[in-house]
Design a binder for this molecule. Sequence first.
Ligand SMILES: *Cc1c(COP(=O)(O)O)cnc(C)c1O
Length: 481
Amino acid sequence: MINEIRTLESNARMLEPGVAQRDQLINQVIAYSQAYLEGVNESPANYPSVDGRGLYESPIAEEGIEIEEALALLGENVDKSGITTTSGRFLGFIPGGGVFPAALGDYLAAIANRYSGHFFASPGAVRMENMLISWMADAVGYANKPAGNLTSGGSIANLIAIVTARDTHGITGDEVSRSVIYFTEHAHHSVEKAIHVAGLSSCLTRKVRVDDRYRMDARALREAIEADRSAGLNPWLVVASAGTTNTGSVDPLGPVAAIARQYDLWFHADGAYGGFFILCPEGQAVLSQMKEADSLVMDPHKTLFLPYGTGAVLVKDGAKLYASQNWAAAYMQDVPDEIAEVSPADLSPELTKHFRGLRLWLPLKLFGLAPFRAALSEKIQLARYFHEKIQLVEGFKVGPYPDLSVVTYRYLPERGSADAFNELLTKKIQEDGRVFISSTRVGGQFVLRLAISSFRTHLSDIDEALNVLDWTSKWLVGEGY
Ligand SMILES: *Cc1c(COP(=O)(O)O)cnc(C)c1O
């Protein structure tokens, strides 16, 4: 038996490379990542024709491969396929980015593998995450005892908030089908998905009318609530957008909060995209009333420029989040009851989880807040600049003045279907790859969106987008479309 264990050990020890081997691995990875970042400004914003199929030619096998080969597979099949989300000319959907120190934070988090679910297991890691949550709560203006959680993203953050609202309002059993939820047609689809996952699919939902800037019409909200109350229903939740994904519009947070308070509804504000704009004056001007929401979502992997995998939920009365999410089990009995700090595992469905705090803390500490505030102001001002300039390009018509950093616009061809033309324009620009734009439907019409939320997007990128739009639309017209 001993011999067999020894043989197994010598094989198992391959899982622990020695210092020289680690050096070699690290150097290769650094060389790859440095080359990647050196090329990021020149690389296409889209590689529509690479689909990653080459990975299948190197199946998972008994024998390992060299790091050079692994990096080549990554480079050819993954990092050069689809949309280049790291590009400053990626202006579709909601751009991310990935500030460099966050990668180092992930590296360090993985090396030490701190258990950040429970305070007793890693007091420092949990304090770091709680400190980041407190910083966000302060930035928003949440007073008293808020609580929150760093999540994998906005969808899970919305889910946690909605489950907390459900538990607080006791929406269970027969109550569900007479309970009413309010949001607009521009609410993110993850809100509806969260309602479904939370077991609330049979709640009644009302799409509240929007104004001409796609913001919730507060009067229509009040009317809908009153009508539902008169009909004997139970209005209990309103979800406002602190920046819609579709158009960047900010719902009237103050008036919605007042109505929610008057009729005893939970007020959830989804700021997955827009929330962090509160850090800059232009954003503060439209987001100052976020602090009135009972719960909030904001995504560091969107407007704090982190790599994907970091969202956040904040609940104004932290005890409600704790009441909804804390749980006990026999195998957890060594977890002390009396703790100095609340643990992430008691504020989220997750138990064991990625130590997300480090990838957020390191960039904030190394850079300080000032460059983040500047980048956020810059994004909003670039959106205003684009809104002004695209109107001057022949054939283009713009949507409303942007609340944040999304601009809607479309080309109006002299003849033929505008929807079809704009669809084709989107497709041609995506294929071209110099810039990446995406589209949506607003009021039944096909419209183009320019979303500016990468820390790498600067004036020259917006000028490039204007050139590409001008050039491509003229080319399509020339081709007879
Ligand atoms: C992106 C987004 C979400 C979903 O967040 P994920 O991080 O993609 O899960 C929710 N709401 C809004 C407004 C968003 O922009």
